[in-house]
Design a protein around this ligand. Structure first.
Ligand code: ATP
Length: 365
């Protein structure tokens, strides 16, 4: 592809809608500030209604920001109509033309641009090959599976060589297995073309497996921007920690902070390498633990006693659900063949590996 990748920049972008019934303002997006680097795939992730689709639609030009600027490369495109932006969008509902076959659907954008038919044929077949559909060029969309239709939609968007590809929950209509395959494929094609992409999803597994970076949103605000590993292991808040993956929180008190954070948890002292920057001695904190940050010991030897309620055997690990006075805690026991395994019904004690935890401020989102 000749296209040279471009960045996408949002500068202090806001979107305020008016509720059609009450006439009250709804702030859908508040102060969005970020740059998607050329060739980068960034996911907008967050719960329903957090403003991710509105953010994507402002990049596409389907919504005008109430305030702020949107740039592609160094060009301010805030007020450009969608068809004059160098973007293409893939929707959850595919949006194929039902009366055209696969070939004509993919050729559509090139015919609009009056490309000679011979070049169109060559290019359409190349892009259909890229998404594995060259054998189905003559089929109507009604005779394709959901996954095949989404591949056609993807090829149709990519063939016009947009600077930026925008994807709005493109896999939500597919079953779990297809979703997994398409995820890998979208990532492979996006990387091989070096295209800049913004991807909206509320599925954390999808976001983690696809993205260079994830923008986590909540209630219209960006609450963290980071690599999948950063948002998983070093979340900015308890909200991000819980949204990104399974987590248990131990209430703690900060005893001191230098390059590490020393905390007291249930009468014991631990030194944690990861902690929120604002924490200081005397603060209440939460020690965030992922299932693999936790270990099981005989009763009385760990931090919190409990009882194993269920063991789920996964081969490479066992997931042990432990009922405790802090609620049910999920402990991932890796390499079970080499460890003491506690059976369902056994009394146990839960402990954590300080290097795999993070101290977060208590009581904040
Ligand atoms: P979902 O995952 O459910 O699609 P989302 O994170 O994409 O959610 P948005 O669709 O961006 O969220 O919506 C953000 C907020 O803005 C919601 O409160 C929504 O009701 C509101 N909103 C979106 N579009 C409009 C509109 N055209 N008019 C009024 N309010 C709107």
């Amino acid at each position: 592809m000749e296209n040279i990748s471009k960045s996408v920049t949002l500068e202090n972008v806001w979107k305020v809608f008016q509720d059609p019934q009450s006439g009250k303002d709804i702030t859908a997006v508040e102060q969005a500030d970020f740059v998607i680097a050329p060739g980068e795939l960034v996911t907008l992730l967050g719960p329903s209604g957090c403003g991710k689709t509105t953010t994507l639609r402002m990049i596409a030009g389907f919504e005008l920001p109430t305030r702020g600027r949107v740039l592609i490369g160094s060009e301010d495109i805030t007020f450009l109509p969608p068809n004059r932006r160098d973007t293409a969008m893939v929707f959850q509902s595919y949006g194929l033309f039902p009366h055209m076959n696969v070939f004509d659907n993919v050729a559509y954008g090139l015919r609009l641009r009056k490309m000679p038919e011979k070049e169109i044929t060559e290019k359409v077949m190349r892009f259909l090959g890229m998404v594995g559909l060259d054998a189905l060029a003559k089929r109507p969309p009604s005779r394709l599976s959901g996954g095949q239709q989404q591949r056609v939609a993807l090829a149709r968007s990519l063939i016009v060589e947009p600077a930026v590809l925008l994807l709005d929950e493109p896999l939500s209509n597919l079953d779990a297995l297809l979703r997994e395959q398409m995820r890998v494929e979208i990532r492979r094609i996006q990387k091989s073309l070096g295209i800049t992409a913004a991807y909206v999803t509320h599925d954390r597994v999808e976001a983690m497996s696809l993205s260079d970076r994830i923008i986590v949103m909540n209630k219209g605000k960006i609450v963290q921007i980071g690599s999948p590993h950063q948002v998983y292991r070093d979340p900015a808040s308890a909200f991000v920690a819980g949204f990104i993956g399974k987590v248990a929180f131990f209430p703690a008190e900060v005893a001191g902070v230098d390059e590490h954070c020393t905390v007291k948890v249930r009468g014991r002292t631990f030194t944690l390498p990861r902690f929120s920057p604002g924490l200081k001695a005397g603060d209440s904190a939460l020690v965030m633990c992922r299932p693999e940050s936790l270990t099981l010991l005989p009763p009385g030897e760990g931090i919190l006693d409990g009882r194993v309620t269920t063991n789920v055997y996964l081969g490479h690990s066992i997931e042990s659900f432990v009922s405790t006075e802090l609620g049910e805690i999920l402990v991932q026991v890796d390499n079970p063949d080499a460890r003491q395994i506690f059976a369902e019904g056994d009394a146990v004690s839960v402990s954590f590996i300080p290097e795999l935890t993070k101290a977060l401020p208590a009581g904040k989102e």
